[in-house]
Design a protein around this ligand. Structure first.
Ligand code: C2E
Ligand code: MG
Ligand code: MG
Length: 491
């Protein structure tokens, strides 16, 4: 109510000022009769000054009401005004495309690096958007880290895909915020008028559905289709369900073996979390981890996986199996110093050696909070825990930065490994990473080994440890134990 009446006053303010000015002018002319030339000149000067003041104040009011002070982009009110007007004059054969977008890791950056840094990020994001779109496209900041673009153009939205791809790419490179280089990323949802809705509200809602789909599937951008409505239902209900997943014992740790190519024995396993959703069944971490990050439960989730898997290492050791467990971590874990005491007390209570624990960190997680991460990893390394870089080469950490970290293992991303036998570029990336790892004194693990040919190729390149569907997919604890026991006895 308050903002509505303020807005209507702002809209009418110039009218009131003109009224006051004309009244004053009339009084002036009435009193002096317009006969005295000096008075006439003064009245004219006053008229011009008042006109300029009026114009300036109108522009200032207009700026305040319609533009965002931080990024200087049009705001939500202006966005709806322009969208309404564009749709109103649209020719029958024309289409208006609405793009809604939000930054992928804004909340985390804002929370960890502080609001002034968050503001800097939004300004730089606005600049990247300005460079990605044409002058004729209308870009607005709707609030928080939410931006929107109106693109009038071809009926077939697919012809605009190069623009969407270019925008996603523009947000791929790190943002330099004071001393921090941070990876952010953007998710874009696209819906079109009149194809996706009869009203602009419907079209905006559907662009929102598409945006959630892009975020969840990590596809960068997503064009609305009706089947994505189901995704939205998930987006609304899954966070609520996920908050209850740990107390309701719905999370389960699967394990995927790591095989040593010199001995042909299983030397370790990677702990990979799964969610047994009461309605949707077994759910992959790629589906629910982005939601876990959003709702801020990554620390609890990692604590759960650490507890389960370290206790499991103890049970395996009681069966005569010496297994090293690799545990994945998130950006949130790397700025949580209580992880040190959590790991120390789990090791104390189980008697498991720190040598049996590997913590996997990604470059993206490291770069989102480099200073805190460095401190934490140095302490964990001193305790005897091994630090591994997961999906090596897919993030944006520079080698100079990685050099300072106490890293003992590099894991080569499965996307490079699985096609290396057929794709020369992938082969080159894998072989040079193996050499790089060896020269840095790191153990190199190739993930995503799907066939014997790839395993042999890796062996010939000097890679010592492999992981992938060819050896075994991730399995529940009893199945993986049944797999390891005979494997390690006979091979
Ligand atoms: P990651 O850590 O790189 O784990 C390897 C992923 O590759 C696993 O997917 C695994 O199932 C898959 N994979 C294994 N072998 C092959 C293969 O031969 N071919 C192909 N194409 N894929 C293979 P998963 O289990 O779906 O996990 C996906 C990602 O989710 C993990 O990637 C990791 O980043 C994250 N994640 C899983 N569990 C946890 C967890 O407990 N905590 C955290 N923070 N992240 C986790
Ligand atoms: Mg991993
Ligand atoms: Mg990996």
């Amino acid at each position: 109510m308050h903002s509505l009446s303020a807005r209507s006053f702002i809209k009418k303010a110039p009218f009131y000022m003109v009224l006051v000015f004309v009244t004053l002018l009339n009084i002036g002319i009435a009193v002096y009769g317009g006969k005295n030339p000096i008075v006439n000149a003064s009245v004219l000067t006053l008229f011009i000054i008042a006109g300029v003041l009026l114009l300036r104040s109108r522009m200032r009011l207009e700026q305040k009401a319609n533009y965002d002070a931080l990024t200087k982009l049009p705001n939500r009110a202006k966005f709806y005004e322009v969208l309404t007007n564009t749709v109103r004059v649209l020719a029958p054969e024309e289409t208006v495309h609405v793009l809604l977008m939000d930054l992928n890791r804004f909340k985390h950056i804002n929370d960890t690096l502080g609001h002034p840094t968050g503001d800097q990020l939004l300004q730089q994001a606005a600049e990247r958007l300005r460079k990605s779109f044409r002058k004729s496209d209308f870009i607005a900041r709707l609030g928080g880290d939410e931006f929107a673009v109106i693109v009038s153009g071809p009926n077939d939205v697919a012809t605009l895909e190069p623009i969407f791809k270019r925008t996603v790419l523009a947000f791929d490179g790190p943002f330099q915020l004071n001393d921090h280089a941070v990876d952010v990323g953007i998710s874009i949802g696209i819906a079109s008028y009149p194809k996706d809705g009869d009203t602009i509200d419907d079209v905006v809602k559907r662009a929102d559905v598409a945006m959630y789909s892009a975020k969840n599937q990590r596809t960068g951008y997503s064009i609305y289709t009706s089947d994505k409505d189901l995704d939205l239902l998930n987006v609304v209900t899954l966070p609520v369900d996920l908050k209850k997943a740990i107390p309701n014992c719905e999370l389960e740790v699967y394990y995927q073996p790591k095989k040593c190519l010199s001995t042909n024995k299983i030397i370790g396993v990677e702990a990979l979390v799964r969610w047994n959703h009461p309605k949707y069944g077994l759910m992959s971490p790629t589906k629910f981890l982005p939601i876990a990050e959003q709702i801020g439960i990554m620390n609890d989730l990692t604590a759960f996986v650490m507890k389960e898997s370290i206790h499991q290492v103890k049970r395996w050791s009681e069966m005569g199996l010496n297994i090293v467990v690799s545990i994945n971590t998130s950006a949130d874990d790397l700025c949580d110093s209580t992880k040190i005491t959590q790991i120390a007390s789990l090791l104390a209570e189980t008697g498991v050696s720190p040598k049996n624990i590997i913590l996997e960190v990604t470059e993206t997680a490291i770069m989102s909070n480099p200073d805190e991460t460095l401190k934490l990893l140095i302490v964990l390394n001193t305790m005897g825990v091994t630090i591994s870089i997961d999906d090596f080469g897919t993030g944006h950490a520079s080698l100079t930065y990685l050099k300072n970290l106490p890293i003992k293992e590099l894991k080569i991303e499965h996307a490079f490994v699985k096609d290396m036998a057929r794709n020369k570029q992938d082969y080159n990336i894998v072989s040079s990473t193996i050499i790089l790892g060896q020269m840095a004194g790191c153990q190199v693990v190739a993930e995503g080994v799907e066939d014997v040919h790839t395993e042999e190729l890796l062996r010939s390149l000097g890679c010592k440890i492999v992981q992938g569907f060819y050896i075994s997919p991730p399995k529940p604890v009893h199945e993986i134990t049944d797999f390891i026991l005979p494997y390690n006895q006979h091979k």
